[in-house]
Design a protein around this ligand. Structure first.
Ligand code: GLU
Length: 319
């Protein structure tokens, strides 16, 4: 009798183990984007939808954040306060991985790459009326320099420095997300804003549709020096007609947007994420035109950190 009881007990225990193994385990995934007036935000929303529709038990959601630097820090944060996946600039990902620049006290060599996406253009947007035509003209002006914790703010500092200026040379250096910055320009409270984002950027499009704007070009020996000091900047031309009133091409520089993940995510999960994204590029491209730039052939251009093994397996299979 005792033997029979033991056998029954063991069977029940085994069944319980099998049952829990089969129960759908939800996979929560937070995706860090940026402000609502940028490009990360619509693309992050599209990515969450793609993952939810194509990976079983996936519960992905996009989060509004201060953008690149904040996102790198969220990737380094454990638990529900952190995120598993983030959009960020390739220069900022490199600084985070190596613990340099703004990450001197926060090195995170556990950050891993999935793919680079599209050029993020350094756009210095000014009102036509401000008379700002060059970086040096920003001295004494009221300027939005990117949200607190953004890659834009880091780019603004480096670019001003290349032209011999600091934030304190500006009449005001405001930390604002793109949408707030352009609203303040429209209302006459600011003269210009730095915007590092895929073009066209919604916040700039809206501004250009309501007042006369100019895009300041970035050329000359100062830009050569900038590129030597910070090699992630590549030359980039904003085509004429990108915004209302921009009637000639504007020469500037760009970095690259990318998607990064926590290195601790399982290989299988990151493989599934990468595959879902590349199998649904039409949906990604429908959220913002820059989403159409993503392709298997360009996904490693400017990749500044090691790929996650799950992404690596996906690209190796597709090569
Ligand atoms: N690259 C920007 C930043 O990190 C954000 C761009 C966007 O929101 O599309 O500051």
């Amino acid at each position: 009798m005792k033997r029979v009881l033991i056998v029954i007990f063991v069977l029940i225990a085994a069944l319980a183990v099998v049952a829990t193994g089969c129960a759908p385990q939800q996979q929560f995934l937070s995706i860090a984007t940026g402000g609502t007036g940028g490009v990360y935000f619509p693309l992050g929303g599209a990515l969450a939808t793609i993952l939810n529709q194509n990976i079983r038990n996936m519960e992905a959601s996009a989060r509004v954040t201060g953008a690149s630097v904040a996102n790198a820090n969220l990737l380094a944060t454990a638990g529900a306060d952190g995120v598993e996946l983030a959009f960020l600039q390739n220069d900022i990902a490199y600084y985070s991985f190596n613990g340099i620049e703004m990450f001197r006290d926060r090195k995170n060599d556990q950050i891993r790459g999935i793919a680079t996406l599209y050029p993020e253009v350094i756009q210095i947007v000014a009102t036509e009326a401000s008379g700002i035509r060059s970086v040096r003209d920003l001295a004494g002006k009221r300027v939005a320099v990117g949200a607190a914790g953004s890659g834009t703010e880091a780019n603004a500092r480096q670019i001003l420095e290349a032209f011999g200026l600091q934030f304190d040379a500006l009449a005001r250096a405001e930390r604002l997300p793109f949408g707030d910055a352009t609203a303040q320009i429209r209302d006459g409270h600011l003269d210009a804003a730095f915007v590092t984002a895929g073009a066209p950027t919604a916040a700039v499009t809206e501004l250009a549709n309501s007042i006369a704007i100019t895009l300041v070009s970035l050329t000359g020996p100062e830009v050569d020096a900038l590129r030597t000091a910070h090699p992630f900047y590549i030359r980039h031309t904003v085509p004429a007609g990108t915004y209302r009133g921009v009637t000639a091409p504007v020469e500037t520089v760009a970095v690259r947007a990318m998607i990064a993940v926590k290195g601790t995510l399982p290989e299988r999960l990151v493989y599934d994420i990468t595959r879902a994204l590349f199998n649904n590029l039409d949906d990604f491209g429908a959220a913002h035109v820059r989403g159409k730039d993503l392709s298997l052939t360009t996904a490693q251009e400017g990749m500044p950190i090691p790929l996650h093994p799950g992404a690596e397996r996906f690209f190796r299979a597709r090569r």
